[in-house]
Design a protein around this ligand. Structure first.
Ligand code: PMV
Length: 365
């Protein structure tokens, strides 16, 4: 039995993935999304890999609570290990083709409350499970190569370790657990295009260093309807779904251009259209779905007031009541102070652009 621990940050979508292409393949998006991996918030996932005799059937806990390991993910992991082992046999431990995994995952933020814990969770899991199958001396080198870094954190010349998965292949594996996880593999900004099996990085974490994201946690209760169920309900029952798919393609290109230019005044309205149109499909589903709380609406109104006063404070939301606000560093203290005064009871977490998957702990030798 071998083990490794990896971490990943949640990836917050500026333009949303909401809806899957129906078919056999798991979590292929119907919309193009663009997301930012956040600093500060992080999931740490330890994976042991070995035979069923050593580990029993695959199992997982998230913050100590048992959860099912998706079979598609396990099959994808085994397939990726066996294809990589055929290309680079000397890189791997002698683990069986039908290896099982035992997973223990911990978040430093609330789970399944609209904070993209599934994104960081499955990205960290994909990285740790693959790393555990590798010989220990190759783990760090492989993970560093994914972000284009050498051991000394300087730009890599080789790009990837020959025969081992690229960041895009790891992203496709993470997607089998959760669609947004395919973006959390990467540092900085990534794009997950409609119909594609994986995300790709578009700008690294140093592209826009003075961008800040303030997360307001309106409730830390676990949500009752998963994003998976909610987006499928929207596809099947919302009369707005077709329009949402068409409109979101335009929003992704507009957002990418605004990010390239580091133009928050151009980015903000595009982000706002994306999340409000996404919620439009939820409000118009049968039965309708409302993740918002009274406090959510109060925050949205306050942000509108701050923008009228000249602040660049632009929110987005996911399948939950939390509000995440993008803003320039130069205005961050003033915006945070105004929100703290108006909503003193609402916890706040300040983040910036964060790193991708990282190796945290590994066996020696
Ligand atoms: O990947 P999932 O199943 O957690 O769905 C993510 C859905 C949103 O967070 C609402 C949007 C997104 O692109 O992350």
């Amino acid at each position: 039995m071998k083990f490794a621990t990896c971490s990943a940050g949640p990836n917050l979508a500026l333009v949303k993935y909401w809806g899957k292409i129906p078919g056999d393949e798991r979590n292929i998006p119907a919309t193009t999304s663009i997301g930012l991996t956040l600093s500060t918030l992080r999931t740490y996932t330890r994976v042991s890999i070995g035979s069923e005799r050593e580990l029993g059937k695959s199992s997982m806990t998230v913050n100590g609570k048992p959860e099912a390991v998706p079979q598609d993910f396990l099959l994808g992991l085994r397939a990726l290990i066996s294809a990589s082992r055929a290309a680079a046999p000397q890189a791997f431990h002698d683990i069986p083709a039908n290896a099982e995994i035992s997973v223990s995952s911990t978040n430093n933020f609330s789970t399944s409350a609209g904070l993209a814990s599934s994104a960081s969770g499955y990205a960290a899991l994909a990285a740790a499970a693959f790393a555990a199958a590798l010989k220990p001396d190759l783990r760090r080198e492989w993970l560093n190569s994914l972000s284009g870094r050498t051991e000394a954190e300087s730009p890599a010349t080789s790009g990837t370790v020959p025969g081992l998965p690229t960041a895009e292949q790891l992203s496709a594996l993470a997607r089998l657990g959760s669609g947004s996880a395919s973006r959390s593999v990467f540092a900085g900004f990534s794009r997950f295009s409609a119909g594609q099996p994986n995300a790709s990085q578009i700008f690294d974490e140093n592209h826009w260093p003075d961008l800040r994201v303030l997360v307001l946690t309106l409730s830390s209760r676990r949500k009752e309807v998963s994003s998976r169920a909610a987006m499928e309900a929207a596809r099947l029952t919302s009369p707005f779904y077709k329009t949402w798919i068409e409109e979101s393609a335009k929003l992704a290109d507009q957002a990418e251009l605004a990010i390239r230019r580091r133009d928050i005044a151009a980015l903000g309205p595009v982000m706002r259209s994306s999340y409000l149109q996404m919620f439009g499909t939820m409000f118009s589903s049968q039965p309708p779905l409302l993740y918002w709380l009274p406090g959510t609406v109060a925050v949205l109104q306050k942000l509108e007031e701050l923008r009228s006063a000249g602040m660049q404070a632009w929110e987005t939301m996911d399948a939950g009541p939390q509000v995440k606000i993008f803003m320039p560093e130069s205005q961050a203290s003033a915006i945070e102070a105004a929100l703290a005064q108006a909503f003193p009871e609402v916890p706040r977490t300040l983040c910036g652009p964060g790193s991708g998957v990282r190796l945290e702990e590994s066996e020696s030798g």
